[in-house]
Design a binder for this molecule. Sequence first.
Ligand code: ZN
Length: 203
Amino acid sequence: MKIICVGRNYGDHIKELENERPSEPVLFLKPDTSLILKNQPFFIPDFSDNVQYEVEVLIKINRIGKHIQPKFSHKYYDEIGLGVDFTARDLQNQLKEKGLPWEKAKGFDGSALVSSWVKKSKFTDINDLSFQLQKNNEVVQQASTQSMLWKIDELIAYISQFFTLKIGDIIFTGTPSGVGKVASGDQLTGFLENQQLFSLKIK
Ligand code: ZN
């Protein structure tokens, strides 16, 4: 399986990182070794002094597809989850400055938290899902999928022009504003439509 991530998909987060608003979705990949195994904590890697959380809505692909038309995208997933795209921001900024790929800052071991999955049919409108991240019981990120620059079905169509989507692939659909640094001892808890989907210890 592969993990495809979308960068800069919420206007307020683009502003907070002082990035340019892209004319097309920004894509990058995480390897399967980035997944945090069930019930494991997140370990802050020693190569970074500024690892940040990014809470994101996740889509799990359930059939193979290439060059998918947006109107058919909904046929390619039936489960939605919530995840954290852990980012070594200091390292990412160094690499960005040099125009180099981000992979070390975004794809390192343990950089992808994937929650349990919820059937899409449980939701009335996937383009208006509220989600939230709490750090030590305080809300740090909160948004709705309504604020996405590219909606889920548009993302699937766009991604599938470049990468064949396969069963089990996961799409991270981008983070809203409020990203911040994690410290050892923190507890991150994620909610989708007020349902808790993960709770993760930082070590
Ligand atoms: Zn992200």
